[in-house]
Ligand binder design. Structure first.
Ligand SMILES: Nc1ncnc2c1ncn2[C@@H]1O[C@H](COP(=O)(O)OP(=O)(O)OP(=O)(O)O)[C@@H](O)[C@H]1O
Ligand code: SF4
Ligand SMILES: [Mg+2]
Length: 314
């Protein structure tokens, strides 16, 4: 595995919000991390290169193995060499990540290695992310671009240093549907061409089904189900996953069934006993309250955190 996250635990103000997450990404593979707002996805993504500011949160435990090194044990200098170079990021809001006072050319140049940051290299990056229109327009600032073009520029900055892995955190949420599709196509193309590994964070299961090879479904700070996309799509093995799949509006019933999972995710400061999905689960029984289930293999390439998995899967 290129990157292996083991038993990651992260807290904010003493409240644990990532409660022992395991996740692995192989070379050239796209893993989708999905779950409702607030379940801890961004926190996992940021932890990969220790981007959680110490004034806000704390990584309390676990290992993040990248090319056989534990990132959590690296000193700041070693981390700087990895962050933005071997592991890079694209964040949700393109405009907040692009600096408004520098031109697009300057920002892409900045992302390139110093010995290799000629105009020709910048042009090459612009071309690879479908921004041919901007080639040669060195005075162009971020605000002169549409949202989709800004996101392309962000992706260009993320791939400029030829990383082996890119973390894409809700990379298309701010965009309209047609542009979303174009950005997804671009991501897929770059993955194939560059052999990029991708951690694709999203709350949109339909989108993740389009792009990911494997999927991990997160709820209240833990992975509830993980496995190959095909298996999860055809034979979900956790009631939460089933609810998410039922919530995907089908083409015929676009306006219907939007919230198939009733209720709300619990507060981290007040988590229920036993299985954290219990209050919303249609399969629950009293035994589910006894202790939090473990993530157990259901079949090869699929694991679920549910004591009733044999009754749930059919
Ligand atoms: N800086 C912070 N200080 C305190 N709590 C935080 C901070 N950042 C996140 N949290 C809390 O930690 C939990 C996980 O947040 P995180 O941003 O990782 O979730 P997420 O799954 O990425 O959500 P979203 O889909 O809304 O982006 C949430 O309950 C959030 O309120
Ligand atoms: S352990 Fe029980 S409450 Fe939790 S998901 Fe399975 S059936 Fe539902
Ligand atoms: Mg987030």
């Amino acid at each position: 595995m290129l990157l292996e996250i083991k038993d990651l635990k992260v807290s904010y103000g003493g409240v644990e919000v990532v409660r022992g997450v395991d996740l692995a990404i192989d070379k050239g593979e796209c893993v989708g991390l999905i779950g409702e707002s607030g379940c801890g996805k961004t926190t996992v993504g940021l932890s990969i290169t220790k981007l959680i500011p110490s004034c806000k949160g704390n990584i309390n435990g676990g290992e993040i193995l990248f090319s056989a090194r534990d990132i959590l044990k690296l000193d700041p200098e070693e981390l700087r060499k990895i962050r933005g170079h071997e592991i890079s990021y694209v964040f949700q809001e393109p405009f907040s990540s692009l600096n408004p006072v520098f031109t697009i050319y300057e920002q892409i140049r900045e992302a390139l290695e110093e010995k290799d940051n000629s105009d020709a290299r910048v042009a090459e990056i612009l071309k690879s992310v479908g921004l041919e229109k901007i080639i040669g327009r060195k005075n162009m600032y971020p605000h002169e671009l549409s949202g989709g073009m800004q996101q392309r520029a962000m992706i260009g900055m993320a791939i400029a240093s030829k990383p082996s892995i890119v973390v894409l955190d809700e990379p298309t949420t701010a965009l309209d549907v047609t542009v979303q599709r174009q950005i997804l196509d671009l991501i897929m193309e770059l993955k194939e061409k560059m052999g990029l590994a991708i951690l694709f964070i999203s709350h949109d299961l339909r989108m993740v089904f389009n792009i990911a090879d494997r999927i991990s479904i997160m709820y209240a700070g833990k992975i509830m189900e993980s496995g190959l996309k095909e298996k999860i799509a055809s034979r979900p093995a956790h009631p939460y996953t089933m609810g998410l799949i039922d919530s995907i509006p089908s083409l015929e019933h676009r306006k219907r069934t939007f919230n198939a999972i009733g209720g709300k995710a619990p507060l981290f400061s007040d988590l229920p006993r036993g299985c954290k999905f219990y209050p919303r689960c249609r399969f629950r029984i009293d035994k589910c309250l006894e202790k939090e289930p473990e993530l157990e293999n259901v079949s090869s390439g699929q694991a679920s955190r549910c004591i009733r998995v044999r009754d749930v899967v059919h």
